[in-house]
Ligand binder design. Structure first.
Ligand SMILES: NC(=O)c1ccc[n+]([C@@H]2O[C@H](COP(=O)([O-])OP(=O)(O)OC[C@H]3O[C@@H](n4cnc5c(N)ncnc54)[C@H](O)[C@@H]3O)[C@@H](O)[C@H]2O)c1
Ligand SMILES: N[C@@H](CC=O)C(=O)O
Length: 489
């Protein structure tokens, strides 16, 4: 266990399973280790939920469901608001924990602490604005009452890269809608989610609300723990954020019970620099779009498509900026870029760079791991990358920027859309006509025009094609936890 975390935080940090308002050990007492990506040192041993623990958690969510859906929307909203306030008040602690388990720099972790908390604030406000409709039927014979009910107990499976925000982006709308939840955080970084769950647990307790509204089952045996839930008729909803491969397999399992599903999956975002772009702005945008969380973001720019006239200059300037960055443990002062999540992530990124160079790409910056403990990879710029290189076709999930030149707008759009993914896309142009065309034709659920960042709790986050189903955030996010019932009066 590590000293960069405050003793007060460590002493109150749960490391067990949360089932029906109680933290406890896993059946059989199994635990797994959570390591610091900056050093490889073990931070905590966490309870390793078995399938029977997951079933207990679902039973608690199911039993709490009638009371929670009957809890007035205002009270549900006030609970979320209180948790938001508590997380913001403890943003430094939350950030320290995010850095410890995910590696990101303290500044980025603090940004995530506020961004993650903001989902709770937004859904505190949405809880009292759930949609509905009453009208006279067109034939005039009767009235139609269309109301929205909570869909029922939900399984929320989250990734490690934004351990707070990916959890609150699901918990906020689920609770606002009146659904009870079982959260399964990623075993590489489960602790921040557990901290939020503890704040929720204590707020529920203080307000006399049902204990089983929020349950958490960290586990290193994800499939074994979640498969029985997907086959259990008490579960009515699966919301998953993670890779497309795992999402596809969960969709197959969810089909057996025709579960409601939301899927936030992988991406391969193009970052287009048009010939009329403001190059200074494009470089700034590229730094954010590529290097947020060291490139380990689903919306990270994966391919830089730059007009022939700017490609060399863009790549050179980006390489200079990358070379000037200071790599190191995210908790250290003055560090710009933290480690990747684990050694396997470094291996994967290195293999993508090796594939590109074997196909003729040149390394303008980086292109190697850092010779020190921890999972560090130098921020890398590649030029002369062909569209068939793995680095251009697969989700990199690391600090590598392949630059690909294009000749005209048609080619840029065709290259951008030449992927099975459709999560985010970015484009820099000073032409309104070009911006309008890109907004129409890019096949992505989120498009940043002259912006390297699209994430916002109040906006619909989600993808087209194999990047997912449904939306999180904004007004749309709560819809994922509601079903429609029509009463003919
Ligand atoms: N679209 C989005 O909003 C979004 C956001 C964040 C991350 N992501 C994607 O997530 C991926 C990175 O995260 P990751 O490595 O944690 O993804 P992952 O798919 O490996 O794991 C995601 C979650 O699923 C669990 N899991 C893995 N295999 C499982 C199985 N067979 N059954 C049940 N659960 C299983 C993991 O333990 C984790 O909790 C990237 O592809 C990234 O693009 C997408
Ligand atoms: N980076 C995303 C989540 C995906 O990784 C966000 O901004 O919410």
């Amino acid at each position: 266990m590590v000293t960069a975390l405050s003793p007060a935080l460590v002493s109150h940090l749960p490391t067990g399973l949360l089932v029906d308002g109680h933290w406890g050990p896993a059946t059989g007492g199994r635990t797994f280790e959570v390591a610091d990506p900056a050093t490889g040192d073990v931070l905590f041993d966490v309870a390793d939920a078995a399938p029977e623990d997951a079933r207990r958690a679902l039973a608690a969510a199911h039993d709490a469901a009638p009371a929670w859906r009957a809890t007035p929307p205002r009270e549900r909203g006030e609970l979320l608001r209180a948790v938001y306030e508590r997380l913001v008040a403890r943003a430094d602690d939350v950030a320290a924990l995010i850095t410890a388990e995910s590696g990101k720099t303290r500044a980025e972790a603090r940004a995530e602490a506020l961004y993650g908390a903001d989902f709770l604030r937004w859904y505190a406000e949405e809880a009292v604005r759930l949609p509905g409709l009453a009208r006279t039927a067109p034939g005039g014979a009767n009235r139609q009452l269309v109301h929205r009910r909570p869909i029922g107990p939900a399984l929320l499976i989250t990734p490690w890269n934004f351990p707070l925000a990916m959890a609150t982006r699901k918990i906020g709308p689920a609770l606002a809608a009146g659904c009870c939840v079982v959260v399964k955080p990623a075993h590489l970084a489960p602790l921040t989610t557990m901290l939020v769950a503890e704040v929720l647990r204590s707020e529920l307790e203080e307000r006399g609300l049902p204990a089983g509204v929020v349950n958490v089952v960290p586990t290193s045996r994800s499939a074994a723990a979640t498969s029985p839930l997907l086959a259990d008729p008490r579960l009515r909803k699966l919301s998953f954020t993670g890779s497309t491969a795992v999402g596809r397999s969960l969709l197959e399992q969810a089909a057996a019970q025709v579960l409601g599903v939301s899927m936030e999956l992988g991406g391969n975002a193009p970052f287009i620099v048009m010939p009329d772009a403001d190059l200074d702005a494009a470089i700034e945008g590229a730094m954010v779009a590529k290097l947020r969380n060291a490139g380990q973001s689903c919306v990270a720019a994966n391919r830089f498509l730059v007009h022939d006239s700017l490609a060399r200059q863009f790549a050179r300037r980006l390489a200079e900026r990358f070379d000037a960055l200071r790599l190191g443990p995210g908790a250290d002062d003055g560090v710009d870029l933290g480690p990747l999540i684990d050694p396997a992530a470094v291996e994967k990124v290195d293999a993508l760079v090796a594939d590109a160079t074997a196909r003729g790409a040149q390394v303008l910056a980086g292109g190697e791991r850092l010779a020190r403990p921890g999972s560090f990879y130098r921020p890398t710029v590649l030029t002369g990358v062909g569209p068939d290189a793995r680095v251009a076709r697969e989700e990199v999930f690391g600090p590598v920027a392949p630059v690909i030149a294009f000749a005209d707008d048609d080619e840029a759009i065709a290259l951008a859309n030449d992927t099975e993914y459709g999560l985010a896309a970015y484009a820099y142009t000073t032409s309104l006509a070009r911006a309008a065309r890109l907004g129409d034709e890019l096949e992505a659920g989120m498009i940043g025009l002259n912006r390297g960042m699209v994430s916002d709790a109040s906006a619909p986050f989600g993808g087209l094609k194999q990047s997912g189903l449904g939306r999180e955030g904004g007004e749309a996010g709560v819809e994922e936890y509601l079903e429609t019932v029509y009463v003919a009066l």
